[in-house]
Design a protein around this ligand. Structure first.
Ligand code: O7E
Length: 222
């Protein structure tokens, strides 16, 4: 599954990239850069093109976190992303709000950047287990460190794992999928390419061929 990280800071361009790539993209992840420039209603516009994941990295006390989740679910998003380091009470509240909208909750374990290793790595597996016990739907894990994808996957086997860091940050589709990822999240390598639609198509095809390779290998092993 391919998720487009639409960190474009121009409203019209964002809509154009979303429409041009829609055929190959399962969901659109919206982050602060777009909403702070185009306004929060861009979420509703994008939701008419593909399901939107609101990536506002919710990390506050339960009351405020729940409020943020409610506002974006009211705008039509399919899922929200919360930080895991905030602890059980906040995740429970976000989960509760999401359930009112039949929505999903994804939880960040450790960031894909080098700084993600400074504080977050140490607790990433506890966060993964917490997210599973709270009934969240999935985790965000770094495409830049496939060994960490494997680790969170085995800590919380029932959760989906979505991985940013492919392309501009150097992660490879094959390594990430072999590590057990359910989806890759790609931004700049698509929206900054001269032909975003073609770039999305190439990621889509690469995902399909890697998936087939993995399935063939699993078939042989069984
Ligand atoms: O590097 P790009 O351009 O492919 O974009 C990656 C996107 O994923 C971007 O929106 C960034 O904010 C996000 N991201 C990471 O790059 N690394 C992480 O560890 C986590 C995220 C992310 O989406 O977090 C969700 C909270």
């Amino acid at each position: 599954m391919l998720i487009l990280a639409l960190d474009v800071v121009d409203h019209e361009r964002a809509l154009k990239v979303a429409k041009d790539t829609a055929e190959f993209v399962s969901a659109i992840k919206v982050n602060y850069p777009l909403v702070l420039t185009a306004g929060v209603d861009v979420i509703s516009e994008l939701s008419e093109i593909r399901p939107v994941i609101a990536d506002f990295k919710i990390a506050d006390i339960p009351y405020t976190s729940g409020l943020i989740a409610k506002i974006v679910f009211e705008k039509g998003v399919r899922a929200v992303i919360a930080h895991g380091f905030v602890g059980r009470d906040t995740l429970q509240e976000v989960r509760r709000v999401a359930s009112d909208y039949d929505g999903e909750v994804y939880v960040v374990t450790e960031l894909s950047s080098t700084g993600g290793k400074e504080f977050m790595s140490e607790h990433a597996l506890e966060i993964a287990k917490l997210a599973e016990s709270v009934g969240c739907d999935g985790l965000i894990a770094p495409a830049t460190r496939p060994d960490r994808i494997r680790a969170v996957k085995s800590a919380a086997p029932s959760l989906k794992v979505l991985c940013p860091g492919v392309g501009a940050q150097g992660g490879s589709v094959e390594d990430v999928m072999k590590a057990g990822a359910d989806a890759i999240i790609v931004g700049r390598a698509i929206y900054n390419s001269p032909d975003p639609r073609e770039s999305a198509r190439r990621y889509f095809e690469e995902l399909r061929s890697v998936r087939e390779k993995i399935d063939r290998k699993d078939g042989k092993a069984n």
